[in-house]
Structure formats: structure tokens, C-alpha cells
Design a protein around this ligand. Structure first.
Ligand code: ZN
Length: 467
């Protein structure tokens, strides 16, 4: 069989890996969007680098857009097979891909306004909500731990990757000339102590591992301090200074972690009586999906739910779906906590909240997630005194703080713990994907120091014969 790296090569987005069996069957692992700088994305996302009509099946590791976000285009360009995913991943994809389609459509409107002025032809959005509907019909759910046979050569089993709800490690068995090749694709690897979902579980012995390496050279802060730090910032901002606390957060995962942290503080009588708003329709939808999959929750939250059956809701918390209610929140000067997306602050309702409060020194922006270089979030976090939002220059007067303990990705010690179930001598090769190049080189050294003998860092379109 041949493994071809079709994305996430020396970068953290655009996950796509193609397997071609001896008999010519083609199985695609993930079909993600590139989410780097807008200029590069356009080209990379429109051209998949293979003929979608020739792909027999897709196996999807999880619902994040950098892993699932190009599936609608795959279908639009002629893919007719099935997309295998866990039930939670399917349900999350239904809401996340729809949201992604709206972003594609509004991006196209924005770009076309500029193109019209420049006398250029309009572009079509990458895909639309209609394409997402068609795409969702191709999903076929496979629960964790059920060995599933795709054809006479390929079968697989999902094991829990502990990264987000429904996330899976894909353990493939490929029959070739009377032999079985075991190939593991880690997808994204979660934390050992996630607040809500279970830790990554052991997976069966592999001959080859395609391994993510996002934090291959970093260790995370202790998650235990996050709750204390959050409480302290709430008190300083909302009680002492009577300002607003803005928390940009990814709709899936981070939002629920923050809400759950506040819910626990509230139950323990520690949270001051301040209004809390989750201002994001996607976050509301994601929270609803999460509540359907309590079987994916870890023991800590299940135990907590014996005293509070809704860990994502308390008296002072309001979820805001309607755009008019969001605008009303912008106009109010009352102290409150606003949790909104996008986490990177490049788009979404949070950008309006920042725009409206950036000049008020009693307000605080609390960064709890990854902010890419040169994003608005990154510029604020590094302490820029002036930033441009919606074409307007603003003097930054609001406080900008951060908590580094929240992350959905394992740090390198956690990846080693995840890999500890493997007999290193039996692993013939590890392919590092989904990381920045410098991080990958550091991680490769760490892996080799621990006894993995063959670690490669593929470039885009590199291919390998595995046997
Ligand atoms: Zn992910």
C-alpha cells in the first residue's frame, strides 16, 4: 500500500492523508480545510490534489474544521462513497460544516465587493449550506471499538482520542498478499486530564503511526490553577472595576470548559452575582450536542452531575442566539462576563464586543486559547497599543490577560503517555504531521531519544510504500 501526505505537512491545518491499496482502492483519512493566512488557503483549499471521484471512502478522525471542513467540496467535486465517523463526530459536523458554509458564503460576498471594484470576475464560495446538506448524507456512523470492514482489503476500529467530543484514533488493518499491515492515524491527541471528556485510550499495536505534533516541544500549565485565576479576574473586572470581561472562545470545547468552570464556582458559592452570557449560536448548538453524549464524559464531570445535572447552566447564565440580543448586550454598560467566538478574534460576535469595549480601561479581554501570529488576538496579547478593527484604529485601553492551561491538544509528555501502549521495536516508522516545522524537528529528537528509530517529517505530496 501507498501512503500519500495530502495535507497538514509541516503545518497545523488541512489534514488529509491518502491510502492506496495494492488493488487500487483509495481511502482518504480526514478532509480538512487549511486555515492559515487567507491568500495561501484559497489555492490549497480549492484544489484537493486528487480526483474526488476516485476516492472509495473517507474515514474522519474528528469534527474540527481543519480535519472535516473540505468534505462538502469533496462531495461537490464527485465523491460518492461513505464518510465513516463516530456518531458524535457526525452530529458535530452537521452544525460545524453548516457554520463553515455560512463563513464561506459571507467571505465570498466580501471578496466579490473588492473584485467588482477592481473589475474582476466574482468568485464562488468554496461551498454553500446546500453542499453541506448533500455531504451529510454520505456520513455513516461507526461507534468506538467496533471493527468495521470497508472492503476485502481494509478494515478499521475507532478508539477514543480524548481531544474533543467524538474524536477518534483511526486504527487500520490492511490485508496485502496474505499479510496484515497495521496503520494508526492519531488524528488530534487530547489531554490526560481534560475537564469534560475522557483521556485518550490505549490503541492496538501499529506497524506505522501517522502522529500529530502540535505541541511536540511544549508543556502546558497546570489546569488546576485555571479556575482560581479565572475567579480572580472576574472579581477584579466585574466587581471592583464594574467592567465587562470578554472571553473569546472556540465554540466547541473551550466554551463548555469555561462555562463548566463558572458553573462549579457558582455551585460552590464562590462566583460573585454577575451576569454571564454565551453569545454564539454555534456554541449553543455544540453544547446541545455535548449533552446528548454523556457517555463520552469523564468520571469527574459525571460525579459533579450527581449534584448538578446541568454542568453547562446556572442561574445567572444566559445563552444568546438572536443577533438583536447580541447587539443589545453591546450597548449595555452593565458589568458582565461575555463568552463568544471566534477564539482567534478574527471574526464573529466577539470582534464586535472588542470593538465596543477596547477603549474602556475597566474592561478585560481574557485570552484562553491559541491565537495565530498576526491575528487580532495575537496583536492584543503581545501588547500592541493601537489596533485596527473594522477599518478603524483603536487605542487599546482595556486590560488584556491570558490563561495558558486550557488546550485540547496533548503536550509532548502527554503524547509520550499516549504512545506508551506501543512496543517501540514493532513500530517501523512514525510520520509526523499537524505541527509547525521547527516543532516537528524538536519532537523528532525527543521521540528518537525515547527509542523510536525511524521518524520522518513528510513534505506535501510525499508518498511512502508501507509493507
Ligand atoms: Zn482538532
Amino acid at each position: 500500500m501507498i501512503l500519500t501526505i495530502k495535507g497538514a505537512a509541516k503545518t497545523v491545518t488541512g489534514s488529509k492523508h491518502l491510502i492506496t491499496t495494492k488493488k487500487g482502492k483509495k481511502i482518504l483519512l480526514d478532509c480538512g480545510l487549511y486555515q492559515n493566512s487567507a491568500k495561501d488557503n484559497e489555492e490549497l483549499n480549492r484544489h484537493l490534489g486528487f480526483n474526488p471521484a476516485e476516492i472509495d471512502a473517507v474515514i474522519l478522525s474528528h469534527a474540527h474544521i481543519d480535519h472535516s471542513g473540505n468534505l462538502p467540496q469533496l462531495v461537490q467535486q464527485g465523491f460518492i462513497g461513505k464518510i465513516y465517523a463516530t456518531p458524535a463526530t457526525r452530529d458535530l459536523c452537521a452544525i460545524m460544516l453548516e457554520d463553515s458554509a455560512h463563513i464561506q458564503e459571507s467571505d465570498a460576498v466580501f471578496i466579490n465587493k473588492r473584485r467588482e471594484i477592481a473589475g474582476k470576475k466574482p468568485i464562488k464560495p468554496l461551498y454553500t449550506a446546500k453542499d453541506v446538506k448533500k455531504c451529510m448524507k454520505h456520513f455513516y456512523t461507526v461507534p468506538y471499538h467496533n471493527e468495521f470492514t470497508i472492503n476485502e482489503e481494509v478494515s478499521f476500529v475507532f478508539t477514543d482520542a480524548g481531544h474533543i467530543l467524538g474524536s477518534a484514533v483511526i486504527n487500520l488493518s490492511i490485508q496485502e498478499e496474505g499479510k496484515t499491515i497495521y496503520l494508526c492515524f492519531t488524528g488530534d491527541i487530547g489531554r490526560q486530564n481534560d475537564m469534560i471528556i475522557r483521556a485518550p485510550e490505549n490503541f492496538r499495536q501499529a506497524d506505522y503511526i501517522i502522529c500529530e505534533s502540535t505541541y511536540g516541544n511544549r508543556l502546558h500549565d497546570d489546569a488546576g490553577i485555571a479556575s482560581d485565576k479565572l475567579l480572580q479576574i472576574v472579581k477584579e473586572t466585574c466587581i471592583e472595576k464594574k467592567g465587562k470581561l470578554l472571553i473569546p472562545a472556540f465554540s466547541l470545547g473551550r466554551t463548555q470548559e469555561i462555562v463548566y468552570t463558572l458553573d462549579r464556582l457558582n455551585t460552590n458559592g464562590l462566583l460573585p452575582p454577575v451576569k454571564v452570557y454565551v453569545d454564539s449560536p454555534l456554541s449553543i448548538n455544540a453544547t446541545e450536542v455535548m449533552q446528548h453524549y454523556k457517555e463520552c464524559f469523564n468520571n469527574d464531570i459525571l460525579k459533579y452531575m450527581e449534584i448538578d445535572d446541568n454542568p453547562f447552566g446556572f442561574k445567572n447564565l444566559t445563552y444568546i442566539r438572536d443577533v438583536e440580543d447580541s447587539k443589545a448586550l453591546n450597548e449595555s454598560k452593565e458589568p458582565c462576563i461575555i463568552i463568544s467566538s471566534s477564539g482567534m478574534m478574527e471574526a464573529g460576535r466577539i470582534k464586535h464586543h472588542i470593538h465596543n469595549n477596547i477603549g474602556r480601561e475597566q474592561c478585560t479581554l481574557l485570552v484562553v486559547g491559541f491565537v495565530p501570529p498576526n491575528s487580532l488576538g495575537n496583536r492584543l496579547l503581545r501588547g500592541d497599543k493601537e489596533v485596527k478593527i473594522f477599518g478603524e484604529i483603536h487605542h487599546v485601553k482595556m486590560q488584556v490577560k491570558s490563561i495558558n492551561a486550557y488546550s485540547a491538544h496533548a503536550d509532548y509528555m502527554e503524547i509520550f503517555k499516549f504512545l506508551a501502549c506501543q512496543d517501540k521495536k514493532k513500530v517501523k516508522k512514525i510520520f509526523l504531521v499537524h505541527g509547525n516545522e521547527d516543532v516537528m524537528y524538536d519532537f523528532k529528537i525527543k521521540l528518537m531519544e525515547r527509542g523510536y528509530t525511524d521518524v520522518v517529517i513528510p513534505d506535501l505530496n510525499n508518498y511512502y510504500e508501507l509493507n
